[in-house]
Ligand binder design. Structure first.
Ligand code: SME
Length: 205
């Protein structure tokens, strides 16, 4: 296997277990060899596995990566933030990935990656609210054809929203947008539902 640090993007932080300090390297080629025990899972996150032959394999890889990010950490906000970042950087043709949390009768913006987004989504309108109300994943091949779709980024053309449910109670939704029509399919649904379940299991709510 290639040394993990070759995959880490320039300016990513390397976590030193001994000192608790983060070191910022300006370019991967200047990166010093970091001993294995000092590599925090977030620093060795590999967004582009060269071996993934298809989506299913890519999601299996992401489950392994996310397991590493969850290890030893049960804070919901921190883990949701890392899941959003992982998905945004790992999945091709995705321009927004993040969470909305159920608060009363609306969905309120949570951790995400992408352009700034609508902060509050009322239940009863839009793709996120539909998934929340049905407690089922919703895939929208073309957002222009979805009545009530709420456009946060005009570049978005397709969308998938996965409900996040703990012990039967809806916590919120995981939302991904793509600038490509018909970007999301059953393999994305299965992979994202599994990652959302890992998040639910891996946190204290
Ligand atoms: N399109 C969503 C709104 C959220 S943004 O896509 C980030 C909806 O219709 O609910």
């Amino acid at each position: 296997m290639e040394p993990v640090w070759q995959h880490v993007k320039a300016r990513d932080a390397v976590w030193h277990a001994g000192t608790g300090q983060h070191e910022i390297c300006r370019a991967a080629r200047f990166r010093p060899a970091i001993p294995e025990e000092n590599r925090h899972p977030a620093a060795v996150f590999d967004p582009q596995p060269t071996t993934a032959a298809d989506k299913t394999e890519l999601y299996l890889h992401l489950e392994t990566q996310f397991r590493g990010l969850l290890d030893g950490e049960r804070d919901p906000l921190a883990n949701a933030a890392n899941l959003a970042a992982m998905l945004y950087h790992a999945l091709p043709d995705v321009n927004w990935a993040g969470f909305y949390r159920l608060r009363g009768d609306e969905l309120v913006l949570g951790p995400f990656q992408g352009k700034p987004a609508c902060v509050r989504l009322p239940l009863g309108k839009g793709v996120c609210a539909t998934a929340a109300e049905r407690k089922e994943t919703v895939i929208v091949p073309d957002v222009h054809d979805f009545p009530g779709h709420i456009a946060c980024d005009l570049a978005s053309r397709s969308e998938i929203v996965v409900p996040v449910i703990h012990a039967g109670r809806l916590l919120g939704v995981l939302d991904l947008d793509s600038p490509v029509p018909d970007r999301f399919d059953a393999a994305d649904q299965a992979g994202l539902e599994h990652l959302a379940a890992m998040l639910v299991e891996g946190c204290d709510w």
